[in-house]
Write a protein that binds this ligand. Sequence first.
Ligand code: NAD
Length: 465
Amino acid sequence: MTTLLEDITATAQEGRAIPDAATGEPIGYVATRSIADLDDAVATARAAQPAWAALGHAERSRILHAAADEIDAHAEELAQIIAKEQGKPLNGLGARFEAGGCAAWIRAAADLPLEPEVIFEAEGTRSELHYVPLGVVGAISPWNWPALIAIWQIAPSLRMGNTVVAKPSEYTPLSVMAVAELMNRHLPAGVLTVVPGGREVGAAIAAHPGIDKIMFTGSTRTGREIVKSSAHNLARLTLELGGNDAGIVLPGADVKALGEKLFWGAFINSGQTCAALKRLYVHDSLYEEVVAELARLAEAAPLGPGMDETSALGPLSTRQQFDIVSDLVEDARGRGARIVTGGEAAPELGAHFYRATVVADIDDDAPLVAEEQFGPVLPIVRYTDLDDVIARANASDQALGASVWGDPEQARVIAERIQSGTVWINQHGTINPLVPFGGTKGSGYGLEFGVHGLKAVAGTKVITV
Ligand code: NAD
């Protein structure tokens, strides 16, 4: 019997080495695909789509459940590929959680009812709104939650009768190929194809006349490119882009009770999470207490390779991301911000390890606050006035998530004034396959998850009798 990794990996002669994020050693090899391969994949997906749509919701749902069961049966192998390739620890909200999430999100997409809606009915006339397949979905995904984000794009698309051509990040193709391999043991041929390639393959998907809908998750800059490329064939778009989520800690908040949730809201996957807490505004009355508590938690969280069962935080995924994070911290230090803990690499662990870092006494105009840092660093900013802090939270062009911490009633009133796709109260970044998720402003548009997520990968047709 071959392993899941053996089933997807190419030979060293055929492919490009994919390094372990912790050690730099090759985990496997991927035969990079070209734009000609993409054209073949799109043609195959187009040919397979009518029969897949004709199976109907019940049969597609049955097949998707079989795929989810297959993922559960190989969850540990999948988790280990993710832990090595992307770097997140196996435990906690890590690689095992990601593998389990893949099965959970597939089942949710398979089970959600989506009936035609009767929009008008009177005097012998009836108008119904039906949700129909769009055709071929191009699914372009990032490296931070590689398998789970690909599934968020793939599962609802398949459920709604579309076929899918998926393009993983060039940094994490194995995680996506592994989860697709498990699904393809049950899906009909041609329904789901992975084309591992670079940015040029992503750009070709965005402009491809044979693609009807693009599900894109990645940076805001790439999102803008995709909007331009998709103009000529009017492909439908869902854009899940970058975030710079603000959290606001209200006066009177119970810092000891909320500390762990604040910490993991920011440091999940070493901060390499779209909707992680990326700038924390704390009222003057609690400022030093919050800074000390988060620094204590940062120092207590074991840093190590994803494959080490005791690690709570892993490395940065790539050298490029490591450089972005260390440069932002050095810039903050140069501006006179206080590095309360961390603020340095951990080279004894490997080339991409950076210690969990808490930065205090920093202003909104520091790039560490104003830009998405996407790493294990939390800047904590002081405020005194609630109207002022709401305006500062809203000043960012990014508006994916936000959170308010303290008395739930007071927090709710503030939540209504925050511009953001999601506002959490006394939690941050918690997601649910039944609850819609998506950004506003520069964080993109369109919703994923739940019934809204199914509608986003469907066309509409009105039938009037
Ligand atoms: P990225 O934009 O560099 O790359 C994302 C994907 O787009 C990759 O597969 C890449 O190859 C492809 N790509 C690159 N250029 C392209 C082009 N011109 N046309 C089409 N595709 C192209 O992003 P990344 O560095 O992989 O991911 C990190 C970013 O993703 C962060 O900003 C993060 O906040 C964001 N993100 C958002 C969400 C969300 O749900 N909103 C979730 C996860 C990550």
